[in-house]
Design a protein around this ligand. Structure first.
Ligand code: WQD
Length: 333
């Protein structure tokens, strides 16, 4: 059985679908701080399975021990964590406490129960301002905000843990920019409040919930002056987790992979693609650069392709259509 912490969240819920469809049994632990209990029913509608769910926090070690006592947990996929860059700058203590201490608590319980397989949800943000593109896994790492530093620190903790016990199998997955939604429109990106990220903001403008998009900066040294990112369909990203788990089953030790497409799109290219697909509903205006933003960031997906057989297959059109479909079907004002 696979324990998914934060499994009712955006990436966690899509990974639950892919794991179940690949024949795995999963159990979800989620404190609902940035997800909704209704996702559990949506997962049942999609997979036909009633997924065991425990409401609670990874830092509640007694609760996590109970899960391990009542279930044979073969691996943990750790999604749970605070993830808003801007918020982390304002609330560093909460971010360090939550993200790092929840991971340490989880690792302590895994050790106690002899669970050796761990997949960590990391982020391209650990590359900071990379000098050249595409980004390879052996590039230097750095962080420019507390959120990114928690990801970096946890990666270092996992490397030290592996030195202490090389019978562990650990996959560090560095996500680029996940967007899109399951084709059913039942699950998708549904952040609390005003979205920080580009695509959920676009879909709320397209459905009239927000007035217009602010494009943060059109004076970057890029082909159209707006920021470039490696957008990857969340279902492709989820499939990457299934492949990573299979890699751990072959006693891989500690491995690190970029999960991206290798293609960068600018903000304007995303907006134009979305307007082509969804009928010109996105009004926008140029605004000043957002502090902390980098100009260009996209992955080399070669290592994941070679060692995991990972390949992103969803098109930009599909990323836009599925994002819009979810927003139309699922979220309230
Ligand atoms: C993408 C592009 C913005 C909103 C962050 C984290 C990363 C991960 C994903 C957690 C940039 C522009 C955005 C808007 C805009 N988070 N933009 N108007 O910043 O690349 O990555 O979110 O795992 O770790 O760093 O994603 O979607 O916020 O921005 O113009 O209203 O869209 O400037 O160029 P980002 P994003």
């Amino acid at each position: 059985m696979i324990l998914l912490t934060g499994g009712l969240g955006y990436i966690g819920s899509h990974t639950a679908v892919e794991l179940i469809e690949a024949g795995y049994d999963v159990i979800i632990l989620d404190n609902l701080s940035n997800s909704k209990i209704e996702v559990l029913d949506s997962l049942k509608q999609i997979t036909g399975k009633k997924i065991p769910f425990v409401k609670g926090d990874c830092q509640n070690e007694a609760l996590v021990e109970e899960i391990f006592t009542n279930n044979k947990i073969d691996a943990v996929v750790h999604f749970a964590g605070f993830k808003a860059v801007g918020e982390s700058v304002k609330k560093p203590i909460e971010y360090y406490d939550n993200n790092i201490n929840s991971t340490l608590a989880l690792l302590r319980v895994m050790k106690k129960f002899g669970c050796k397989n761990f997949v960590f949800s990391s982020s391209a943000t650990v590359y900071g301002r990379a000098e050249t593109m595409p980004i390879y896994e052996d590039f230097p790492t750095s962080a420019t905000n507390p959120y990114g530093r928690t990801k970096l620190f946890i990666e270092e903790i996992l490397k030290d843990l592996y030195v202490a016990d090389n019978t562990l199998n650990i996959a560090i997955l560095r996500y680029f920019n996940p967007i899109g939604a399951h084709k059913s429109g039942l699950i998708g990106e549904d952040p609390n409040g005003i979205p920080n990220n580009l695509m959920p903001y676009i879909t709320k403008v397209a459905t009239g919930k927000l007035e217009k998009l602010s494009v943060y900066g059109n004076d970057y040294p890029t082909r159209d002056g707006t920021g470039i990112r490696d957008y990857i369909h969340v279902c492709d990203l989820a499939k990457g987790h299934v492949l990573a788990l299979k890699k751990l089953e072959s006693n891989s030790g500690l491995v690190t992979y970029n999960l991206g497409t290798g293609t960068g799109y600018s903000v304007l290219e995303i907006v134009n693609a979305f307007n082509q697909v969804c009928g010109n509903k996105v009004k926008y205006e140029f605004a000043p650069r957002r502090p902390g933003d980098i100009d260009v960031c996209y992955a080399s997906p070669e290592k994941a392709q070679k060692e995991l057989g990972f390949k992103a297959t969803h098109s930009l059109r599909d990323m836009c259509e599925t994002s819009f479909n979810f927003e139309q079907k699922h979220t309230k004002n």
